[in-house]
Ligand binder design. Structure first.
Ligand code: CO
Length: 209
């Protein structure tokens, strides 16, 4: 028996609609993918990468985890970045956070949630580094929003600090790293203006020779 039948029905309609608008779409796409973008976003169901930017299958390579983190020891995320940069040769890596992120909120509180606390520790570190800035903001919602933005800025740095990205720049590969934030309340994206395009723009302590 086929379970979740409604999802299979929706899939049928979706595939038919795309094929009708662009006959041969899936056949052509099955031969290769040449996306220009790598999206690193939150797993939150309200932040679907392709839909937000109106891109079709094949146009954006996606990695999502809780709170859109790029952790130095996360082989999953690093493997995605390596494949995207070295094989697909994407031109842009977009780290996209979102306001009201549950992962960030949990990291700013002191509750215990089990295994996930180890993941959220990475956000707690950012909270500690940026404590002075955050202390200026009293309103809890605004504080959370600021922390969501600061997290994106930090993750952009983490992407830039990888040997993968630095080697790409060394090899004169055209590669920009962007920091964006998405507002789940109105569906709009905001550019945080932290675009980095070369090694000179990152901290000297992390710049590889
Ligand atoms: Co989130």
């Amino acid at each position: 028996m086929r379970v979740l039948k409604d999802l299979f029905d929706k899939n049928e309609i979706w595939a038919e609609k795309i094929e009708a608008a662009d006959p041969g779409f899936f056949a052509a796409l099955s031969k290769q993918q040449t996306p220009d973008y790598l999206w690193i976003g939150c797993s939150d169901s309200r932040v679907p990468a392709n839909e937000i930017v109106g891109l079709m299958p094949g146009e954006i390579f996606v990695h999502r985890n809780i709170a859109n983190l790029v952790v130095h020891t996360d082989l999953n995320c690093l493997s995605v970045i390596q494949f995207a940069v070295e094989v697909l040769k994407v031109k842009h890596i977009i780290v996209c956070g979102h306001y009201g992120c549950g992962g960030i909120k949990a990291a700013m509180e002191n509750g215990e949630h089990g295994l996930i606390d180890n993941w959220l520790r990475n956000i707690k570190d950012i909270h500690r580094f940026r404590q002075a800035e955050l202390d200026f903001v009293q309103d809890p919602k605004k504080k959370l929003d600021l922390m969501c933005e600061l997290n994106v800025v930090e993750q952009v740095s983490n992407v830039c600090h990888t040997t993968i990205v630095q080697n790409a720049w060394k090899n004169k590969q055209d590669l920009s790293i962007h920091g964006w934030i998405y507002d789940i309340a109105d569906g709009r994206l905001k550019d945080l203006d932290v675009c980095i395009t070369q090694a000179d723009e990152i901290a000297e302590t992390h710049r590889l020779k």
